[in-house]
Design a protein around this ligand. Structure first.
Ligand code: PLP
Length: 503
């Protein structure tokens, strides 16, 4: 199967391994499969008794045709072996008709591990298949979770190097320490004096800089991306929707062919897009609920078909990984909605760039609303949802997951839709110990405590355990101290590569 670009169509078709190596398609578009592989109900039934790794190989193989079964088995085994739950992505009952799909059992405690533990293996295989002899240099701008997950995935992977830029004042203390204590001689972590948008803009500028690319080439390096624009990050996420369905079958919660609704806390639209891909492959999905926090541009889009960021304030919330205004993976959904018309997609993306908005029109809106519904809640609603779910159901959730839980509840009340539903749970509550503790015990419980103190109290009050990855952070040596101005990121990278002025 070939991969085509959302802005160029079949003209720029490449193999799966080439798409993974490149990251971004031509003319700034994203790679998508030329067609969706099809899974019959009996294929899906066949996954019921499989392990997560077996399910993963089954789904990955359908998309990544230039990878062999043996290669994928080895990659999947290495990727998910370090998870702290043998089921990798366990499904837990929360309340009547609602389960949580826990995607945070990987090394960095957020769902990014589901893809970023596998991507380095897919990347090195792709290098071999395309005779890429240069070192692949992964650049990442992060608002917190992606950076650590990419570092953990690529650390000490031969033939690769990973540099992460994070906003100096824009990440939580736990997130910062997770990154600056990262081991591995091929890792670089650089704080940017600016916000996440500054870091993101800087990385995009470096990707577009021909002189920088030439300098890297002269050093035997080629730049690539571990952002969710890379198809290699998307395809591992398709797996867990199949896996959740197979687990519901095995538990007897549903019968083969019954629809299931998924509610996904959304930022860059990567996670929920993977669910839509699973649906297009034949997985019986009823509705996909797109949950946003106070940055509710997607909820408005689902309602009106107008994506409009002009004059929109950017809020910092207690679910920071969803604080985003431009959801890059939405472009892949638009491509499907308009019947795979690259000219139409180019038009919308150009309108967004020049006028900060586009309108997909009534026909596309109806098609989208046949599957998707949007909803949002602010920080107060998020805290209340954490409190209520813990009090009523004994289930402890992080703020991102709570946004989804709230949106699902509101949707069910409004529509009366009682289809069995899955909340996609994207982070360990201990990654956000302060807001979670405040939600279940009141703000006074966190007074005078740092984030780690909050985690300790949270563990004591809930009878759960602080994950070792968090508990060990305050005593780990800081290995990365580099700081740069937002317009000096290229220089900082070159210095880091030459080993000058600190790690
Ligand atoms: C990245 C992230 C999200 C948003 O996922 P997208 O794929 O960007 O929609 C939600 N929750 C957590 C904890 C995350 O790290």
């Amino acid at each position: 199967m070939q991969f085509i670009g959302t802005r160029t169509g079949a003209a720029g078709a490449v193999s799966a391994s080439r798409a993974i190596l490149r990251g971004l398609a031509e003319s700034g578009g994203l790679y998508v499969p030329e067609r969706f592989p099809s899974f019959s109900l009996s294929d899906i039934d066949g996954m019921r008794e499989m392990t997560y790794a077996q399910r993963a190989v089954r789904v990955l193989r359908a998309f990544l045709e230039d990878f062999s079964e043996e290669e994928l088995q080895a990659a999947v085994g290495a990727a998910y072996g370090s998870f702290d739950d043998p089921r990798v992505a366990p499904l837990r009952p929360v309340r009547e008709g609602v389960s949580a799909l826990e995607l945070y059992h990987g090394p960095t405690l957020a769902f990014k591990d589901m893809a970023l533990q596998l991507l380095p293996h897919l990347m090195t295989l792709s290098m071999k298949k395309n005779a890429e002899a240069r070192e692949v240099f992964i650049l990442v701008a992060t608002s917190g979770d992606t950076g650590k997950a990419a570092l953990a995935g690529f650390a000490d992977v031969p033939g690769t190097r990973c540099a992460v830029f994070y906003p100096q004042a824009g990440v939580s203390e736990a997130q910062r320490l997770q990154m600056v204590t990262q081991r591995g001689d091929n890792t670089h972590v650089i704080a940017v004096r600016g916000n996440f948008d500054d870091a993101q803009t800087g990385v995009k500028r470096i990707f577009a800089d021909a002189d920088f690319a030439a300098a890297m080439d002269a050093q035997g390096r080629v730049l690539s991306s571990a952002n969710s624009i890379n198809f290699g990050r998307l395809v591992p996420q398709v797996v867990y929707y199949f896996s959740a369905y197979a687990d519901l079958l095995r538990a007897g919660t549903i019968l083969l062919g019954d629809p299931v609704n998924f509610c996904v806390p959304t930022g860059n639209f990567g996670n929920i897009l993977a669910a839509e891909y699973a649906r297009r492959c034949g997985l019986p999905i009823g509705r996909l609920l797109c949950a946003s926090n106070g940055n509710n541009v997607l909820a408005d889009f689902m309602e009106t078909g107008r994506y409009d960021i002009s004059g929109r304030a950017f809020y910092r919330t207690i679910s920071p990984s969803m604080d985003i205004l431009i959801s890059s993976n939405l472009e892949r959904l638009l491509f499907e909605l308009c019947g795979r018309d690259p000219k139409q997609v180019r038009g919308w993306m150009e309108a967004l760039r020049t006028g900060s908005r586009y309108d997909i029109g009534n026909k596309n809106l109806c098609a989208m609303r046949a599957v998707f519904a949007g909803g949002f809640t602010d920080d107060a609603g998020t805290r209340e949802e954490i409190r209520r779910t813990y009090a009523e159901d004994g289930y402890l959730m992080d703020p991102h997951t709570a946004v989804a839980s709230h949106v699902l509840r509101a949707y069910q009340e409004q529509t009366g839709d009682r289809t069995p539903s899955v909340i996609v749970s994207t982070a360990s509550p201990y990654k956000f110990g302060r807001p979670v503790l405040e939600a279940i015990a009141g703000t006074q419980a966190a007074e005078g405590l740092d984030d780690f103190g909050c985690c300790g109290v949270l563990a004591a009050r809930t009878g759960t355990r602080v994950p070792p990855q968090i508990a060990e952070l305050p005593t780990m040596p800081v290995r990365h101290k580099r700081v740069c101005e937002k317009d000096r990121m290229e220089e900082a990278l070159l210095e880091a590569l030459s080993g000058k002025n600190g790690m």
